[in-house]
Design a protein around this ligand. Sequence first.
Ligand SMILES: [Zn+2]
Length: 283
Amino acid sequence: MVPALSVELPEAYILAKQMNSELKGKEAAKCKLQNCTNYQRLGFVNTYLSDFNRLHTRKIEGASSRGNTIRVKFDGDMNLLLAPEYGGITLYHPQGSIPPKKYTLKLEFTDESALTVSLTGMGLIKALTDPELQDNYLYHRDFSSTASPLDLDFTFKRFSTDLNRKNTNLKTALVGKEAAVVGLGNAAFQDIIYRAALHPKHKTGELNEAELKALYEAVKNVVEDRIKSGGKEQFVDFYGNQGTYVAAMGPNMKDQPCKRCGQGIAKISFGGGQVYLCPACQK
Ligand SMILES: [Zn+2]
């Protein structure tokens, strides 16, 4: 697994936006898949590769994302669902360029352009009808009624109400299947609580109004900054451009001085994982 290439909410948003403007109206000519037996066994690629033939001659109506999941919608009620969560590169290849020889999925269009998805870690590539989409776990998880930091109605009121209803520790409240928001991973979590100057030990119910507000602003700012920066450093977008977002907190920060107060960054074990934090200013 190469977690560095993981695609989370900000990166999925960037890809979906680029795919939407580049691919809309294109007609699928041929899907090719390679080296996906393992993904098929785990349910991350269709059991029958012939399912992908259902995309042939279909036109793309648009692409959108929610959480870590990208939905490319075709006419005839077909979809290509992509979630290279734990590692993957999705690239556009204009007519006349030479797509890579290795990929997990190559989708060729009738205008001789193509897209490739190369999974490097666990991730999902599925051709699904609209009804099949409703039965898909990742689609359900991300295209759900759980708030997304990018929703117009992601207000402080909604966030604080959802969080108070949880009364779990901050990690459980922000990351994973019980979370009050979709699309945040461990890296984003460490960045968020650092910006909010909060220690992960807190339960959501213990936070006062000012702390909740700081947490809400941090969630929005981390996601927005990552999108504005073209994704995190290791991410490569649909056109091969590398992201520039550098996390304020993370594994590369151990023992380095905190940018806010100068104290050495610490690594602690918490909630079955490691958390990097500033022991002085995260209270
Ligand atoms: Zn500090």
